[in-house]
Design a protein around this ligand. Structure first.
Ligand SMILES: [Zn+2]
Ligand SMILES: [Zn+2]
Length: 145
C-alpha cells in the first residue's frame, strides 16, 4: 500500500508514536492494524467508523453499554464535507475516492474515509485528536451527561 498523500510505501506501525494514545496503546495495537507513512506521518487504519475505534478504547473505561453510547454519538455526528471529486484522496487499499468527514460535537475532527472499503486515513495529528476527544467523551459519560 502507498500513501494517498505522498505515494511513499506505508509501513506497519504500532501506536507508540502517538502521545495522546499512550494510555490506550496496548488496546489499540491489539484491536487495529495501523500503517504509517514515514514521510507525512499520516496513518491508515482499516476500521469501519470512528465509533468502532471509540468503542474499543472506551469499553475498558466505562463498560460496554456506555462505550456503545459514546460510539453512537460520534458516528451520528459525523458528516461528509462538500469536497470536489478531483480533490479527494484515493484509498491506499482499493483506490476509491475517500470522503472528508468531520464531527461537530465538542470537537472538530477531520479524517478521510473510503466510500468502498470503509478504511480510514488520518493525517498527522488527527488520530491523537480523536483519541483525546473520545477520552473526554467517555469521562463525561461516567459523569452521567
Ligand atoms: Zn505520506
Ligand atoms: Zn478503500
Amino acid at each position: 500500500m502507498y500513501c494517498p498523500r505522498c505515494d511513499k510505501p506505508l509501513v506497519p506501525s504500532a501506536w507508540d508514536d502517538l502521545d495522546g494514545a499512550s494510555p490506550y496503546r496496548a488496546q489499540l495495537s491489539a484491536a487495529f492494524d495501523r500503517m504509517r507513512c514515514n514521510e507525512c506521518r499520516g496513518s491508515w487504519v482499516p476500521v469501519q467508523s470512528v465509533g468502532a475505534l471509540v468503542q474499543s478504547i472506551a469499553e475498558p473505561m466505562v463498560g460496554r453499554e456506555k462505550a456503545q453510547l459514546v460510539a453512537r454519538r460520534f458516528d451520528a455526528d459525523t458528516e461528509a464535507m462538500d469536497v470536489a471529486e478531483s480533490l479527494k484522496i484515493r484509498c491506499p487499499r482499493c483506490r476509491a475516492p475517500m470522503d472528508k468527514l468531520r464531527s461537530r460535537v465538542r470537537f472538530l475532527v477531520l479524517y478521510d474515509r473510503c466510500g468502498a472499503c470503509r478504511g480510514m486515513w488520518f493525517d498527522e495529528g488527527e488520530l491523537p485528536r480523536i483519541v483525546s476527544a473520545l477520552h473526554t467523551s467517555a469521562l463525561n459519560t461516567l459523569d452521567g451527561s
